[in-house]
Design a protein around this ligand. Sequence first.
Ligand SMILES: Cc1ncc(COP(=O)(O)O)c(C=O)c1O
Length: 419
Amino acid sequence: MEMKYWKKLSHTEQDERITRALAANVDFTHSVCLGIPASRLDEQVFYSQASFLKDAPLLRTYVANPNHIGCHTFGSSEPFFAGTHELEREVIELLSVDFFKAQPGSCDGYVAAGGTEANIEAAWIYRNYFIQEHNAQHHQVAILCSSDTHYSVAKAGNLLNINVCAVPVNEQDRSISKEAVSATIADAISRDIRFFIVYCNMGTTMFGSIDAPEVYADVLRQHNVHYKMHVDAAFGGFIYPTSAPESVLNFANAEVSSITLDAHKMLQAPYGTGIFLARKGLMEYALTKEASYVHGMDMTISGSRSGANAIAIWMILFSYGPFGWLEKINKLLYRTDWMCAKLDELHVTYYRHPRMNIITIRSGYVPAALAATFGMVPDDHSSEPGWYKIVVMDHVSIDQLHDFAVQLGQSLMLQPELA
Ligand SMILES: Cc1ncc(COP(=O)(O)O)c(C=O)c1O
């Protein structure tokens, strides 16, 4: 586990770093700052001298309320919040290099509202790239993804007025085959689609399945069409690089141009901590030239956004360090293994990627009332579900999994044809 930037820092070390960062931001109390349409949080409501803030650098950041509008890994940024922008830059660089094997200094990125925004940012960049560099017309551009892909990708297609071509997955192992990709691409080409934005999943929402990028790349090359590849690691980005260091869904793979992560999933950060990472030279395609009042211009979807979100990600990463995180991930994988062994004993059919913490069980084995009691999530809320999932997060203990296994066993005894 060679890490360039990622290490564990004590609470005191973190506090010192964040205190310095906040001191390098504009101080609304002591300096003159006439032009910004914002301030620290309302003093009447969020009293900035409250004693508990002394030991809580994240809360102090919320009260200081830095704005991280724009992208801080590229060109210049708003000087008012330069101190905390620096910590966001550290987060982007650390994740690009230590999680996703980029060369130092080779990636841009920003903290987005969530995985949805980061996924839309990717499609926005590549659509504009195909239009500007290859004279593509909207109807000639398509998103290419598996049918297990998160719906935010369909949202991106709709917002950006481009096609979405979904490749059906294998029902059992949730994989995409070359034949299925080839058939989908051939159909798209017959509809004059020439430019593809590929979304590879590092952890699908319902199954935690991992896509093989070479399946897409091989077939796209055979068809001699233009493509760019994005990795949706919104769910898996904070587990799979740790549990599967041999993964090829990263920047060491020349096929991969950008990645979505969500710190508000596996990293347990506050909501508003999606992350978009891209190789340098791409963010520019999302530049809004009209954003002239923003220093350094805006290449993001968000506009104004809280700098406290970047600080929360920074703190979690540096609180654990790579070894603390390895232990945490392995604890979750251990619990997942434990549950899978129980399901095997009960002869229940389920899908689980061996390096992921999602178990997706065929709905026929799980009475709806049992699924509701244990807060399982179905694949379809509107009609009869085909699957129910368990996501083994920090709060999902073996005690709870044991209770579920016992009650599932009891219900199966009443339906012996399933067991
Ligand atoms: C794989 C995947 N991508 C994208 C998203 C969207 O993330 P968010 O809800 O943060 O916008 C999710 C959310 O569940 C997801 O699982």
